[in-house]
Ligand binder design. Sequence first.
Ligand SMILES: Nc1ncnc2c1ncn2[C@@H]1O[C@H](COP(=O)(O)OP(=O)(O)OP(=O)(O)O)[C@@H](O)[C@H]1O
Ligand SMILES: [Mg+2]
Length: 263
Amino acid sequence: MHAHPVEAAPAAGGPNASPGPRGGVRTSPLAEGLLEVEGVSTGYGSFRALFDVSLHVDEGEILAVIGANGAGKSTLLKTICGLLRTEDSTVRFDGRPIGTLPAHKRVGLGISLVPEGRLVFPSLTVHENLLVGGHSRRTGPWSVSKVRELFPLLDRLMDKQAAHLSGGEQQALAIGRGLMANPRLLLLDEVSLGLAPIVVTELYKAIPRIVAEGTTLIIVEQDIGQAVAVADRIVCLLEGRVVLQGRPDEVTREQISAAYFGI
Ligand SMILES: Nc1ncnc2c1ncn2[C@@H]1O[C@H](COP(=O)(O)OP(=O)(O)OP(=O)(O)O)[C@@H](O)[C@H]1O
Ligand SMILES: [Mg+2]
């Protein structure tokens, strides 16, 4: 399933219209995105990592969150998936306030995180890692065989211990494991970190196929190129604040660089 086509024209371009997936327009001021983050300020103990962050993701959309080291990207994903809690109404999923809900309950609602650094279970095989990912799965299109189709490189490695996989294979496994829960919203943290460009290209080939199955994506990247190429919209974080939002065709390279480096 792809983004919904734009319906009813009247409200389009009206005062409350805002960009929707793939250049579409949200036609109703009441239309909520799949995910709404509104005025989130959070951090670790007395350290503040996010300041008044607001963003939305519509169903079927790919949102890229970019920003330099320490900008708050992972903190944002942790706030969305429940590893960090915040005020209930500042994070809404499908219209429901979830800011205080623990992570495992959010998995049940359809939010899954593929964490930075992959964190596959090293002593388990590829197959076992996938089964763990599907432990409390929702109903949906993803299964072990479907993940094997998505990532042919995993297909011949099913009985291999995850510890013995290459970085790219581990990343494919981590994404596959996330998909096994059949999320409506999949959060990918630093897909390309530390991987060779050719491997990154291979992994990114899976993205359109994941979206085609009806999964919405937030992709966090330090490598701007890949993210911009695949995203419907970009959000740039700088020192915990949203400093740029827009569709790739609305923002220039210069604007992105300026937002990224804070210059
Ligand atoms: N567990 C933690 N305890 C204390 N401070 C933390 C913790 N995790 C992150 N921080 C701090 O919060 C800020 C945002 O970190 P975060 O990990 O969200 O950034 P990031 O954009 O994901 O960076 P990177 O690109 O390096 O992954 C940083 O200043 C970081 O040092
Ligand atoms: Mg991070």
